[in-house]
Design a protein around this ligand. Structure first.
Ligand code: SF4
Ligand code: SF4
Length: 201
């Protein structure tokens, strides 16, 4: 008698377990077919950095080293230099002759973005940075700086008071809850929107 009760108990337990399994067959799957479908991150996601420009192509970075001082991981190297009158790289007196970020040291805290007085360095939604060599994770200006045609905002030397036209615009756009609009805050974000075959929310 005890043995048949035990058998019945086991069958009921098995049926309950199968019912849970079958109930999940009709639910929306949380997994996605990466890399053909990619996860879309929140607009404030902290991924690979980029250095921005103004609409006239000048670099926003003035080589002030504030980002480097604020970085808790000591991941940023900035070497500033004086702008030559015949070849002005930035609207300020100085520009970053050398700018490097060691993405292996970086903890993606966003302090550099917060510290920058010209909205030059920003973190983008790009998270795919895998590589085979440690050296490949040191991003210099050739990989950080956006192309001249991707510059935005009137430069401060064309404006009264020397204030960049769109200071704080990136932070405003990233603050949106609209994921697609938030990607437009950065150039890499815009590129990701066009490259992705599919997006999973
Ligand atoms: S995100 Fe943080 S850790 Fe990374 S470079 Fe910027 S300040 Fe440094
Ligand atoms: S990125 Fe911004 S904070 Fe860093 S050196 Fe350039 S202007 Fe200064």
């Amino acid at each position: 008698m005890a043995s048949s009760r035990k058998r019945l108990f086991n069958v009921i337990a098995l049926a309950k377990g199968l019912a849970v399994t079958f109930s999940f067959m009709f639910r929306k799957k949380p997994t996605i077919q990466y890399p053909s479908v990619k996860k879309q991150h929140a607009p404030r996601f902290h991924g690979l950095h980029e250095l921005r420009r103004y609409s006239d192509g000048k670099e926003r970075c003035i080589g002030c080293e504030l980002c480097s001082s604020a970085c808790p991981a000591n991941a940023i190297t900035v070497v500033g230099a004086e702008n030559a009158p015949a070849d002005r790289r930035s609207p300020g007196e100085r520009y970053a002759a050398r700018y490097e970020i060691d993405e292996l040291r970086c903890i993606f805290c966003g302090m550099c973005e917060e510290a920058c007085p010209t909205d030059a360095i920003v973190l983008t939604p790009r998270f795919e940075m895998a590589d085979y060599r440690r050296g490949a994770f040191i991003y210099a200006k050739d990989r950080l700086l956006v192309p001249p045609e991707a510059g935005v905002g009137r430069p401060p030397d064309e404006r009264p008071g020397g204030i960049p036209e769109d200071l704080g615009r990136v932070a405003d756009i990233k603050a949106t809850m609209d994921i697609a609009a938030g990607y437009s805050a950065t150039n890499r974000g815009e590129i990701l929107k066009t490259q992705r075959k599919g997006l999973a929310g």
